[in-house]
Design a protein around this ligand. Sequence first.
Ligand SMILES: NC(=O)c1ccc[n+]([C@@H]2O[C@H](COP(=O)([O-])OP(=O)(O)OC[C@H]3O[C@@H](n4cnc5c(N)ncnc54)[C@H](OP(=O)(O)O)[C@@H]3O)[C@@H](O)[C@H]2O)c1
Length: 212
Amino acid sequence: MTIVGAGSMARGIATRALIGGHGVRLVDHSHAKAAALAGDLREEVSGGEVQPSDAIAVEDADIVVLALPWPAGREVVAEYGTALAGSVVVDICNPVDFATFDALAVPPGTSAAEEIAAEAAPGVPVVKAFNTTFASTLRSGRVAGQPLDVLIAGDDEDAKRSVAELAATGGLRPLDVGPLRRARELEAFQFLHMAAQERLGLNWSSAVKILP
Ligand SMILES: NC(=O)c1ccc[n+]([C@@H]2O[C@H](COP(=O)([O-])OP(=O)(O)OC[C@H]3O[C@@H](n4cnc5c(N)ncnc54)[C@H](OP(=O)(O)O)[C@@H]3O)[C@@H](O)[C@H]2O)c1
């Protein structure tokens, strides 16, 4: 799999992927940053192999995770176009308007995931996942002794199964919450989760969990 963006979420998702035995390529507009993260992960995590790359390696990227701030993921998908054929694109972003921290930066009636899917070449499935898991919690994969829930939305069942397998092999609990339009609620809910951090004294170490 390939992760585009070598920041906090790339570190967390790559940790889970490597533990699950997946090979990981890291792409960032700073090759040095991708190389440094790959070096850290090689020291800290045993399992699959990790290496930096200068481009999305389409030939072996069964999954491409966009670990990028909104709207960079939409731009990357538009730029790569049909080169992403054969890959499942995973959008993890929370398109919060950070200028005000008072609203989402996508209009009502859509979501960042749907906007990204609209840019994707025909036949390239886009899946929303990992937007409700904070980066720091992905390092251990657990909060309060319980595995993190990874809420997954998408319109392609096989693509969702691939992302669920990635989460499950990394020790997480995948939950398919429906079609890609459910990304609207996932993004809005995580905005609430983010906005409540200070008020509730959570320090970005909380998790969203659905219990039966
Ligand atoms: N942090 C969390 O706990 C968390 C939780 C759930 C979801 N998310 C979502 O996950 C996404 C990533 O968050 P993050 O915290 O990992 O951000 P981050 O630490 O800032 O990492 C993003 C990385 O992507 C790079 N980048 C930006 N545009 C790029 C492009 N076009 N091509 C290649 N690399 C590019 C950035 O480089 P520069 O810094 O040089 O621009 C940076 O290295 C965001 O959409 C966020 O909403 C975050």
